[in-house]
Write a protein that binds this ligand. Structure first.
Ligand code: PMP
Ligand code: GLU
Length: 394
C-alpha cells in the first residue's frame, strides 16, 4: 500500500462527480439508467463559440502559454460582460480568468485563509465549498437554513455563528442545490453586516443568467462601493453557455485578492487553456442571444416537472427560481419505504429504480436528494414515473 498524505486522506471526493461516475459505470454495463446527477447542461456549446476556438487554432493563436491571469482580450470581454450584467466595469487588475470556476474558488480560499480561519457557509451548500476550505487550512462554519425560510440565511443566524476567527462569508445565489435567489433587500442586509464586521464575501454567481418565471438576479457586488470592496465574484462559462468541458471560470474582486489568486494560478495552472480562452471571449462578448433557448428549455422543464414531483408520495420541494436543480425533501418518502439514511435511499433509487440522483449528504442535508433538470423532458418524465413506482411498491 502506498502512503497517501494526510491532507488528501481527509478530503472527500466530490459527491456530484462520484454519483455521475457510478451512473456512467452502470450505463456502460448496459443498464438503462436515467442520470439526474450532474449539473451539466445537455446542449452542445453554441456554434459561434466553437468556431472562435477553431479559428484561433487555425490562425496559430492557441499554441503557446498565455498570461497566467488570462488573455487581455478575455479580460476586456469579461469587463464588458460585467458592464452588461453587473452595471460596473472592473479594471484589468480586478479580473482573473481561471481553469474553471472551481479552481477560482480554490485559489480564493488559498489566497485568504490562514490556518484556523473560519468560513461561514450557509447549508444546504454546493459540495466543494466545505472540502476546499478544509484543503486551504480553514474551518467551515456551517449555518443551517430552513425550508420554511426558503433556505435563506439571515443576519441573525450569521451573527450567532460569528467568532473572532470569522474571515469569509460564502453566498451562492442562485443556489446550487436549492435554486433560491436572494432579493436585493436581503443581500443589502447581508452585505452591510459583512462590511461592518470586516468579513470578506465570496459571491458565487455562476448561475446568474439562469433564472426563471420572471425572477430577477441582483448582483451583491453592485450594491454600493463598500460592499463591492469586500466582495469577490466567481463566475464562468460552464453553466450558461453549456461549456462545462472547456474549463473557463472568472474571478472579479479587489486588486489585492485578484493578484494573490493570480500568483497561485502562476504556480499551478500557468494559464487557463488558450483555446478555451478564445472560445470564452466569444461567449462573453456575443453569445447572449444563442443561450436564451437554453434558459427557456430549463424553465419549461422546471414548470413541467415541478408539479409532477408533488405527485410522488413523500416528496416535498421548494420551487426553485434559478439554476437547474430540485432539492427534494424525502424525509416522508424515506419513512414510507423504510429508509433512515438518505444516501442509502439514493442508492436504492439508482439500483432499483434506475434513476441516478445525488444524496443530500454532500450538500449538508440528511433528508434531501438533488435532481438535476439539465436533462431532456422525456427522460425527466420517465424518471418521475420510475421513482413513483419504486415508492409505491415498497
Ligand atoms: N459553483 C457552483 C455553485 C457550481 O455548481 C459549479 C459547478 N460545477 C461551480 C462553481 C464550478 O463550475 P466550473 O468549475 O465548471 O466552472
Ligand atoms: N457543479 C456541478 C454539480 O453540482 C458539476 C459537478 C461538480 O463540479 O461537482 O453537479
Amino acid at each position: 500500500m502506498k502512503k497517501i498524505s494526510e491532507f488528501v486522506s481527509e478530503i472527500e471526493e466530490s459527491v456530484t462527480l462520484s454519483a455521475s461516475k457510478r451512473a456512467r459505470a452502470l450505463k456502460n454495463e448496459g443498464i438503462d439508467i436515467i442520470d439526474l446527477t450532474l449539473g451539466q447542461p445537455d446542449f452542445q456549446t453554441p456554434k459561434a463559440i466553437g468556431d472562435a476556438a477553431i479559428t484561433a487554432i487555425k490562425d496559430g493563436r492557441a499554441s503557446f502559454y498565455t498570461q497566467a491571469t488570462g488573455l487581455p482580450e478575455l479580460k476586456k470581454a469579461i469587463a464588458d460582460y460585467f458592464r452588461r450584467y453587473y452595471g460596473y466595469v472592473p479594471a484589468p487588475d480586478e479580473i482573473l480568468a481561471t481553469s474553471g470556476a472551481k479552481f477560482a474558488l480554490y485559489a480564493y480560499f488559498l489566497a485568504l485563509i490562514d490556518s484556523g480561519d473560519e468560513v461561514l457557509i450557509p447549508a444546504p451548500y454546493w459540495v466543494s465549498y466545505v472540502e476546499q476550505v478544509k484543503m486551504a487550512g480553514g474551518v467551515p462554519a456551517i449555518v443551517r437554513t430552513s425550508e420554511a425560510g426558503h433556505f435563506k440565511v439571515s443576519v441573525d443566524q450569521l451573527e450567532a455563528a460569528r467568532t473572532d476567527k470569522t474571515r469569509i462569508l460564502v453566498l451562492n445565489s442562485p443556489s446550487n442545490p436549492t435554486g433560491i435567489i436572494y432579493t436585493r433587500a436581503e443581500l443589502t442586509a447581508l452585505g452591510n453586516w459583512a462590511v461592518a464586521h470586516d468579513i470578506e464575501i465570496l459571491a458565487d454567481d455562476i448561475y446568474h443568467q439562469l433564472v426563471y418565471n420572471g425572477a430577477t438576479f441582483t448582483p451583491l457586488s453592485s450594491l454600493g462601493a463598500a460592499i463591492r470592496a469586500k466582495t469577490t465574484v466567481i463566475g464562468g462559462v460552464s453553466k450558461t453557455y453549456s461549456m462545462t468541458g472547456w474549463r473557463i471560470g472568472l474571478a472579479v474582486g479587489s486588486p489585492e485578492i485578484i493578484s494573490a489568486m493570480g500568483k497561485i494560478a502562476s504556480q499551478t495552472t500557468s494559464n487557463p487553456t488558450s483555446v478555451s480562452q478564445y472560445a470564452a471571449i466569444q461567449a462573453f462578448r456575443t453569445a447572449d442571444v444563442d443561450i436564451e433557448p437554453f434558459r427557456a428549455a430549463f424553465e419549461e422543464r422546471l414548470n413541467t416537472i415541478y408539479p409532477l414531483l408533488a405527485t410522488i408520495s413523500g416528496f416535498e420541494v421548494v420551487k426553485p427560481d434559478g439554476a437547474f436543480y430540485f432539492f427534494v425533501n424525502v424525509r416522508k418518502a424515506m419513512r414510507l419505504t423504510g429508509f433512515t439514511d438518505v444516501t442509502a435511499f439514493s442508492d436504492a433509487l439508482l439500483e432499483k429504480a434506475h434513476v441516478a440522483v445525488v444524496t443530500g449528504a454532500g450538500f449538508g442535508s440528511s433528508e434531501h436528494i438533488r435532481l438535476s433538470y439539465a436533462t431532456d423532458l422525456e427522460s425527466l418524465k420517465k424518471a418521475i414515473g420510475r421513482i413513483k413506482k419504486f415508492i409505491e411498491s415498497n
